[in-house]
Design a protein around this ligand. Sequence first.
Ligand SMILES: Nc1ncnc2c1ncn2[C@@H]1O[C@H](COP(=O)(O)OP(=O)(O)OP(=O)(O)O)[C@@H](O)[C@H]1O
Length: 625
Amino acid sequence: MLKNLHNQWKRLIHGFALLWEMLKLAWRAQPLCLLILLLLQVFEGLIPVASGYISKGLFDELSQVFRGIPFTQLLQGLIFLLLAQAAISVVGQLTSPLQDYLQAELNRQLTLSIRQALYKKMNSLSGLAHFEDPHFHNTLQVVASHVQFAPAQTLQTFARLLQGLITLISFFAVLFLLSPLLALGLGLAVIPHLIVQLKLNRQQFSLYMENSPQERRAAYYSQVLSWIPFAKEVRLFLLGDHFLQRFTQTTEHIYEAQRKFQLRELRWQGLLSMLTSCVSTGAFIIVVLQAFSGRISLGDMALYIQAVDNTQKTLMSMAFALSRLGENLLFFKQYQEVQALPDRISHTAHPRPVPQLTQGITFRNVSFRYSENHPWIVRHLNLSLPAGRCLALVGLNGAGKTTLVKLLTRLYDPSEGEILWDGIDIREFEPTEYRRHLGTIFQDFVRYELSAQENIGLGATELLEDLPSIEDAARKAGVHERLSALPHGYQSMLSRWMAEETDGEEDEGTDLSGGEWQKLALARMFLRNAEAIILDEPTASLDAQTEYELFQQFRKLMQNHTCLLITHRFSTVRMADFIAVLEQGSVSEYGSHEELVEHAGTYARLYNMQVESYIGKVPVQEQIG
Ligand SMILES: Nc1ncnc2c1ncn2[C@@H]1O[C@H](COP(=O)(O)OP(=O)(O)OP(=O)(O)O)[C@@H](O)[C@H]1O
């Protein structure tokens, strides 16, 4: 029991420490608003006790009339009391809208600064590991679902607590003067409330964490049902009802857990309300008996009855506010957890400047697995990519080609071994600085729901407004003609979902074909003009002729660039200076196309299989000649 109380106490202290942190953020966001709000709360907290004293005065005046004192003698006091009551009422009414405005302004600033800090933190995580960790997403789910309202609610609740505390202290002092025992009894009656609320808070937090994966699943199903990328397949595979059923089942599962918790809460609150009623009835009886025995005046009785009533109500509302506060502070705790996450990519205290690549990139004895519970994907791999040359990486599905790209781009660091850039371990560079030297396209490149110009311009944000450079990049990727012919040229929105007015004209938005999008992604990479180019299946959606033409041009354009190319199309692979075959996590063959064909190993087998599959359609000479 004592240990339990101690734990509850520790949690309460921790809750207040979190609240203090939140108040510091609010102070930084809008100090003046916060200060005025707090002063207004103190003022509002004193109103009930002031009203209580005015009531006492009125009742005492009234009892004097009953005792035969002429009304005219009492008039002056009566007018003063009525004016004071009117003043309190008017000021109370006036401060209410002001309070609403200040609260809203403070909420806006605080929510914005918390969201900014959250996304800044996300941006600072330079690796992918956290984004693929389910625990991280559970935490993020709680933060993301609360960030819109939790800071505001926390402040409101804090304001209510402060106001309640002022009211409580003032009435408590009044009651203490009447009977210290009575005041103590009322004070002690709140302890069970507090213990139960803290316990319920903890259970609610566990409920959030338990429900978090389900919430994510439900959010995903609702995306599948309503987002454009899923619309085609959902309709053609008739998946609508299936996903609706999954969504409903998952949501009902979440609701069931919430229902159980709320019923438990209801039971406890019912019990506590009975306790409160007993205590306040006892207190009323004591006050009334004191009045009947003549120990206190009629006005005193009115004041004490108000004091008992208000103390109880305030205690109840404070206990409720504490539970709200607890819930919202849990959000803040998760937020702090996200803020404290270390980047899983190593950062050196004294990063070295990234030199221009003159010798090449070398993988030296590199091994990698996604986590200790995952199998090795890359094992003791050695590979070199000479500067200014093009290396094609070949291997079956799942051989680890994309994983190598993730290592080279520092989305992950190798578990063992090192990757060298002109002999320097790439971990000695600052990741962002290092990435400026890379131009990378993944097979799952992003189709930004933005204009054509922005889609290319994002390759080098400093050139976002530089249309000639963007057009030049589009020309290199062979997509300039298509983009120029769009209704609003490069300003056309490549989205039917985010379309808006362009140059004062209605733009319904448009979409590109898969191959055109791929060319656009290539244009984005060309705009970057990086010295090392990494292309992970950049041409999967291009037709054979376009791919052939593009690579002819690509070789010319990339003459002085170092290039790592991953593709399953051997017609493209053979254009590379070197080819490496990846098997069972390491390089099994390395050489030029001719050397590897002659070697008659895996490469030759895969190459011949692909050529044979074309033979019926295209003359052999055209394929291998
Ligand atoms: N984030 C991840 N977490 C755990 N395992 C992963 C992750 N990403 C990839 N893998 C596993 O690593 C292995 C290699 O995947 P990778 O994407 O590197 O292969 P690939 O050679 O590029 O394949 P493909 O030719 O199909 O694109 C696969 O078995 C895959 O299941």
